[in-house]
Design a protein around this ligand. Structure first.
Ligand SMILES: [Zn+2]
Length: 327
């Protein structure tokens, strides 16, 4: 078989009952001592040694085939998974190049079948590999709910479940409604869902409890923010009328637009408890416009507002990340 047709063998779906085709390299080794035959009739020529090490289930199964020395003929093991699943399993287990690429090219659709197989054959290395891939993909994809369901269903480390839960708080891209169907979420247990709700409430509480606009000594330590008095320019009586002092933060002589910014921030945090929401352009814009309308406040560098928002944002982020998902 040429290498081209072998490559095709893993791409074309064969009808059940047809003659098995051989998988593409490196799973076509002539000296292999075991054949994994997938449900769609692709033969992976592999080494027992690797499967014995990776899977207690295979270790037990292969123990019945006698000592490894007298296995002249290759043993065939029929498996119920398809070629894609076994191609991934073996690429995770084999000491071959490209494992890091595999983590980034694994699609979300591949996670669930792989994890089911990892549980069935008790392959800890496969489970760990997929858990890491899931964790790495959370930030870059809007599949957080699916990741959370997998993390709970397959007992990933808690930090993976937490990161997925936090990512699930984000609004759907473009403020669209969520899709009608999210893979793996239908199998999420009620208790996993309840944990998510409780975690979300705890994160919201932590986020809105960040009382950033109290007199805040650490502002003095920020070289660029320097001092709170950046925002405390003296206003004449006349200027006071159009740019009144803050009601909520009068003790530290901020202006009225901070009240509005703080209130809008709190509202946004009740929907999405994440530092990001308080530092967006749309969150800052009304405050910057209000400052621009005042003869005193327009002297404040707009960068100072942005630094303040970013600082507030990171305090919220820290507070939320300190919340633990219940076991
Ligand atoms: Zn002002």
């Amino acid at each position: 078989m040429s290498s081209e047709s072998m490559a095709e063998a893993t791409e074309l779906k064969t009808e059940p009952g047809t003659i098995p085709t051989t998988a593409s390299p490196p799973f076509d080794a002539l000296d292999a001592d075991l054949i994994i035959r997938t449900s769609d009739k692709v033969d992976f020529h592999v080494y027992k040694l690797i499967l014995r090490e990776a899977s207690p289930v295979f270790r037990d199964m292969l123990a019945f085939s006698g000592p490894s020395g007298d296995e002249a003929s290759q043993r065939v093991v029929d498996v119920t998974e398809d070629r894609d699943v076994w191609n991934h399993i073996l690429r995770i287990l084999y000491p071959i190049a490209g494992r890091n690429d595999l983590a980034t090219t694994l699609t979300h659709e591949a996670y669930s079948p792989l994890l089911r197989a990892a549980n069935k054959y008790d392959m800890a290395a496969v489970r760990e590999f997929v858990a890491r891939a899931v964790k790495d993909s959370i930030e870059s994809q809007s599949k957080a709910l699916q990741c959370y369901a997998l993390a709970c269903g397959y007992a990933f480390p808690r930090d993976v479940a937490e990161a997925a839960a936090r990512a699930s708080f984000r609004s759907w891209p473009g403020d669209r409604p969520p899709p009608r169907f999210v893979p793996d979420v239908p199998c999420m247990t009620l208790s996993a869902y309840n944990r998510l709700l409780r975690y979300r409430m705890a994160c919201i509480q932590a986020a809105i409890d960040v009382n950033y606009f109290k007199p805040f000594p650490s502002w003095d330590k920020k070289p660029k923010l320097r001092r709170l008095d950046v925002f405390q320019l003296p206003h004449s009586q006349e200027e006071d009328k159009t740019c009144p002092q803050s009601q909520m933060h009068s003790a530290i002589r901020l202006r009225y637009y901070f009240d509005d910014y703080f209130k809008r921030s709190q509202d946004a945090l009740r929907i999405e408890p994440s530092g990001v929401v308080v530092a967006t352009a749309s969150m800052l814009a009304p405050m910057l416009r209000a400052a621009e309308r005042c003869t005193q406040c327009r002297k404040i560098d707009s960068e100072a507002f942005i630094l303040l928002a970013n600082d507030y944002s990171s305090k919220i982020e820290n507070a939320v990340r300190a919340i633990r998902l219940e076991e």
